[in-house]
Design a binder for this molecule. Structure first.
Ligand SMILES: Cc1cc2nc3c(=O)[nH]c(=O)nc-3n(C[C@H](O)[C@H](O)[C@H](O)COP(=O)(O)OP(=O)(O)OC[C@H]3O[C@@H](n4cnc5c(N)ncnc54)[C@H](O)[C@@H]3O)c2cc1C
Length: 475
């Protein structure tokens, strides 16, 4: 065991772990951060390819929490742009606004489908189906079955690899803006009674030189201001516990480090696997918590004008990918001004699916074929491709997950000094803001020697995009 003065250890240098270490540094507390990879930012980082800066899929910043908004602006300072959001659904060669705008949707659907959609919408209002906690019923009751089937079913089932009947309504409630005709009318007439700021439906913040910038600034602050260390290429494999109190960690290379507090953003399932003598009931429950993986295929396109959205949702059931990001429409400073554009196609799968184990070259060919098939680019325009695999990035809110998660939470709550945070660290479908908030709050508690309760962050079913991304501290 290495003797150290640092008694607070953070596992992971993604948004959650970095926010914890930075906030502790702000409070003059030292930490040691162990990061599995060779860089900070986790899933929310960026990389440089073909002279362009790109993120791991689309990453806009938004939050309804002032603490998080202020924290982000403290580090990004003036180095960000406000992006006018345009993210549509591309379906049957037509672009539908997303979040759905009823008049635009009905116009694009044509007379017959519009009529059926309206009847089905009103039917869902007059005779709603009995809620059973499933995503299918939740969405059908809010949009009508016809609109649900047209705009949500295929995409959602591509993302999760399961029928909407087997998915918990939690995800939809947090992520999908409800449809009200009153709201639509207000929108259409541009009436805005009490919104001083545009909501996230309209615009979002983004660092001028890519999402990685914020995390690099956090890293610089952590390393320079308080002489804290971030130790890269260090996988934590065991959690050391004595008499129900965390005492340290062990790395994959066998090195051990002691601590009084352990803030962990490693996958909750790996955390459980790294603890000795876990009751069988807890191990079984943890094994039932599943994640979905993402394959990102980047294509270099010889054109500047492919589409004007930051990303498109692809509902076409004949192709496997479900979303395409166009990095030309984020910030001018991330683009290589040589007439080319980078787009990124997302494919979602489980670890044992054939597609997860396909060769990079074959996936690039598949992505190229699909993007040509749906009519967005020509074959001759595709210059190069690159594959990035992101394991365990979507915690699955499938029916029954809450019971299993509660068994795991109950067990972890009994271990003093251990604080699980983050997207896969706490099995919450977090955006950056929730992970940042968990990091900040864990730091503030540890600084006063208290165990926080963070399990309730990001569990409500409030629509999350009603927040802000501008600095609202002076308004
Ligand atoms: C395709 C895609 C699009 C997204 N779009 C948005 C968006 O538009 N806006 C938004 O706000 N959010 C978005 N997100 C979500 C956002 O990326 C996450 O919420 C955020 O990255 C979660 O941060 P985290 O720190 O909890 O986890 P992570 O980012 O996963 O960081 C965890 C870190 O822990 C490290 N680690 C793991 N295991 C160990 C171990 N055993 N030992 C040491 N280190 C370990 C990992 O290497 C990683 O660096 C998106 C995510 C994806 C996948």
């Amino acid at each position: 065991m290495k003797e150290e003065n640092n008694k607070i250890i953070v596992i992971g240098a993604g948004p959650a772990g970095l926010a914890a270490a930075a906030r502790l540094a702000e409070l003059n507390k030292k930490t040691k951060v162990f990061e599995y990879s060779e860089k900070v930012g986790g899933m929310a980082g960026s990389m440089k390819i073909w002279g362009h800066i790109v993120d791991f899929g689309p990453h806009r910043f938004f939050s309804s929490d002032k603490v998080v908004v202020d924290f982000w602006h403290r580090y990004v300072k003036k180095n960000f742009v406000m992006v006018k959001r345009q993210t549509r659904i591309y379906f049957r060669n037509k672009f539908f606004n997303y979040p759905l705008k009823p008049f635009n949707a009905l116009k694009n659907l044509g007379l017959r489908n519009s009529f059926i959609s309206l009847i089905s919408y009103f039917k869902s209002k007059i005779l709603p189906l009995e809620e059973d906690g499933s995503m299918e019923i939740w969405l059908s009751n809010r949009f009508g079955y016809k609109l649900f089937k047209t705009f949500f079913k295929t995409y959602t089932e591509k993302l999760w690899g399961k029928s909407c009947l087997e998915l918990d309504a939690d995800w939809a409630a947090q992520r999908i803006q409800k449809l009200t005709l009153g709201g639509a009318l207000k929108n259409a007439l541009k009436i805005d009674f009490n919104n001083k700021h545009k909501t996230l439906v309209d615009e979002f913040a983004y660092p001028c030189i890519g999402n990685q910038y914020f995390y690099d600034e956090l890293k610089n602050f952590i390393e320079e201001f308080n002489q804290q260390e971030i130790i890269f290429n260090s996988q934590v494999s065991r959690i050391l516990i004595e008499k129900n109190r965390v005492t340290g960690i062990e790395l994959a290379n066998g090195d051990q480090h002691n601590c009084k507090w352990l803030i962990s953003s490693m996958p909750i399932t790996s955390l459980i696997a790294g603890i000795e003598n876990v009751p069988q009931k807890v191990t079984l429950a943890s094994k039932k918590l599943r994640f979905r993986n993402t394959l990102l295929v980047y294509l270099l396109i010889n054109s500047e004008n492919i589409f004007s959205d930051q990303w498109l949702y692809i509902h076409d059931p004949t192709v496997l990918h479900g979303r395409i990001t166009n990095f030309r429409n984020w910030s001018p400073d991330i683009i290589n001004q040589n007439g080319t554009t980078v787009i990124c196609l997302e494919f979602w799968c489980f670890e044992d699916d054939e597609i997860w184990n396909m060769r990079g070259e074959d996936l690039i060919n598949l992505a190229s074929k699909e993007v040509v098939q749906i009519g967005l680019v020509n074959e001759e325009q595709i210059l190069e491709g690159k594959l990035v695999k992101i394991p365990k990035c979507y915690p699955m809110y499938e029916t029954g997950y809450k019971e299993n998660l509660n068994v795991v939470i109950e067990f972890l709550n009994k271990i003093e000094g251990l604080i699980p945070i983050g997207r896969y660290g706490s099995f919450k479908y977090n955006n950056q803001d929730h992970s940042l908030l968990m990091g900040i709050m864990s730091a503030e508690s540890v600084a006063i020697n208290k165990t926080p309760n963070l399990w309730d962050i990001n569990t409500d079913s409030k629509y999350q995009e009603a927040g802000y991304s501008k600095d609202i501290s002076n308004s």
